[in-house]
Design a protein around this ligand. Structure first.
Ligand code: FAD
Length: 536
């Protein structure tokens, strides 16, 4: 009998997601302002402490940095404690009227991922007001405990007081710990240390059932790995224990110019594969395309002086076929190693094939280097160019197909690109990503992170069309890319995105958020996976 019961429950466990997938094929979520709260839900949620339904507050969380998608929640929670969030989730999970809940970091998402159409948005940053210390450094064990709502810039400031810092970063630090760990957190350090999700020891998570769970590689490990890169689907991160290293003091920051794509990627790949035990290499490696407009504006251009820009600009014109490429590397050092840094950089540059005379160097503090995008942000804000639509497209491409991207995308689809914003391209080592994490990446050992970070000031529709054209080109050419910060509108697309990880993803959802309450803006699970009330 026990066996029969077990088999039956296993069958339900397997069949329910399948049934759910079938149902979901029939209804795709298009996040739009049309999703509004029913009057009874409005009445229901206002019973909860700390919920605001004020129209100004609602409007402030109805779009994101992308400014492409708009959707209003029924209410906004400004939690003063983790318990406030737990109570909210339980109220939805256990109550008769389920509603969706989105944790919102800073809303720096691009396509509505932090929205909760008709549900409740949790303004995670309100936890800051609590007055309790939410960033705690343990210098003996080299980690920091940071609230999920904390900004990486604040984590940096706090850890630097101890001469320490996290190892892996994003380009921009005004993002929250919970927000980037729900995605991956990728920047120029990822080739060496992996993405931010590879540098986490432990998490505190509120699941979609309202349970508070501490998890790590050794305990509750399936939740731990599911949450890392899990797009907010399994729980709300309220604390992350992040690995630290001794912080360097200064950074020798170099940009090298290429007009030959093959030489550019050969050097990038050589640099990320170097054995740094034998010869000192860069600790940060990125790259970008230099297009006419990009050099004049945007948040990465302040590196070059007017004279440098003129010199690089001179490479363009009729003689130059296609874009110019810029390899960006940084060598970290401190007072003890300062005397060697010149020589080490010089030795490294000797192995590279950039255009002679086209290396540009800055020497800055570590803090200045990591916070570089913020300097660009301030300039764009001053010109009214920050709060504009950002139809960004990020994707990972296997190394074996990167030449196809250069030919078909950079040299063809983007040939006449003159929109503002950087186009990034840099390689990453797959062996720094743990397969057990939810984040999905291409199957090859080296893959490229590509970011088209363009602003749609006057040409949003055109850029959106071009993004579609790029994805279509990749599909047509059989390029097995993976979108980063993905947004799909059908379950079939999500299944394709997660590939072999999809079944486990659905099983984890069944286990930790069976009523599909969390992060509805991702558009993955659009209805409850169980059709009965949890207390029945
Ligand atoms: P939000 O946009 O508010 O949320 C993102 C998702 O995570 C939503 O689904 C939300 O519901 C969920 N979420 C938020 N908080 C939590 C939590 N505590 N627990 C569980 N789920 C949560 N990304 C990179 O990887 N590398 C970069 O170099 C990089 N540079 C960027 C530069 C700029 C200027 C901008 C605007 C973004 C950049 N990003 C980069 C993207 C960034 O990682 C995402 O925007 C990410 O979503 C973090 O933003 P956020 O903290 O505002 O999270």
């Amino acid at each position: 009998m026990a066996l029969l019961k077990l088999t039956f429950s296993s069958l339900i466990f397997i069949l329910t997601p399948l049934l759910f997938i079938l149902l979901d094929h029939l209804q795709t979520l298009h996040c739009s302002s049309s999703a509004s709260a029913s009057p009874s839900l409005h009445h229901h949620i206002t019973k909860l402490k700390g919920i605001s339904t004020n129209s100004t507050t609602i409007a402030s969380v109805s779009t994101d940095f992308g400014r492409v998608i708009k959707a209003s929640p029924a209410g906004v929670l400004h939690p003063l404690s983790v318990t406030d969030i737990t109570n909210l989730v339980r109220f939805s999970y256990e109550g008769p009227q389920r509603f969706t809940i989105a944790a919102r970091g800073c809303g720096h998402s691009i396509r509505g991922q932090a929205l909760a159409p008709g549900g409740v948005v949790v303004e995670m940053r309100s936890l800051m007001r609590v007055g309790v210390e939410r960033i705690r450094v343990c210098s003996t064990e080299m980690y920091v405990d940071a609230g999920g709502e904390q900004l990486w810039i604040d984590v940096l400031h706090e850890t630097l007081k101890h001469g320490l810092a996290p190892r892996s970063w994003t380009d921009y630090l005004y993002l929250t710990v919970g927000g980037t760990l729900s995605n991956a957190g990728v920047s120029g350090q990822a080739f060496l240390h992996g993405p931010q999700i590879s540098n986490v020891h432990e998490l505190d998570v509120i699941t979609g059932k309202g349970e508070v769970v501490t998890c790590s590689e050794n305990y509750n490990s399936e939740l731990f790995f599911a949450v890392l890169g899990g797009l907010g689907q399994f729980g709300i991160i309220t604390r992350a224990r992040i690995a630290l290293e001794t912080a360097p003091e200064r950074v020798r920051w170099v940009r090298l110019i290429y007009n030959d794509f093959s030489a550019f990627i050969r050097d990038q790949e050589m640099l990320i594969l170097m054995d740094q035990e034998k010869k000192k290499g860069f600790q940060y490696i990125e790259g970008s395309l230099i297009m006419e407009q990009g050099i004049k504006s945007g948040w990465r251009s302040s590196f070059f002086s007017g004279g440098d820009m003129k010199k690089i600009g001179g490479l363009g014109g009729e003689k130059q076929q296609g874009p110019i490429y810029c390899l960006e590397g940084s060598m970290y050092y401190n007072n003890v190693t300062a005397s060697k840094v010149d020589q080490e950089v010089e030795l490294l540059l000797q192995d590279l094939s950039f255009l002679p005379g086209f290396s540009f160097t800055h020497d800055v503090s570590y803090l200045h280097f990591l916070d570089r995008v913020h300097h660009g942000e301030l300039k764009l804000r001053a010109k009214g160019l920050w709060d504009v639509p950002h139809p960004w497209l990020n994707f990972f491409v296997p190394k074996s197909r990167i030449q196809d991207i250069n030919l078909g995308v950079f040299n063809a689809i983007l040939k006449n690109n003159n929109s503002m914003g950087p186009i990034l391209i840099y390689p990453v080592n797959k062996n720094k990503w743990d397969e057990r994490m939810s984040a999905v990446i291409p199957e090859e050992e080296i893959f490229y992170s590509i970011g088209l970070l363009r602003s749609g000031l006057h040409d949003l529709e055109y850029l959106e069309k071009q993004n579609k054209e790029i994805l279509h080109f990749c599909d047509q050419q059989g390029i097995r890319f993976k979108q980063y910060l993905p947004r799909y509108s059908t379950q079939a697309e999500w299944m394709n995105h997660f590939g072999s990880k999809w079944d486990a993803f659905v099983q984890m959802k069944m286990k930790y958020d069976p009523r599909a309450i969390l992060s509805p803006g991702q558009g993955i699970f659009t209805s409850s996976l169980v059709d009965h009330h949890p207390n029945e």
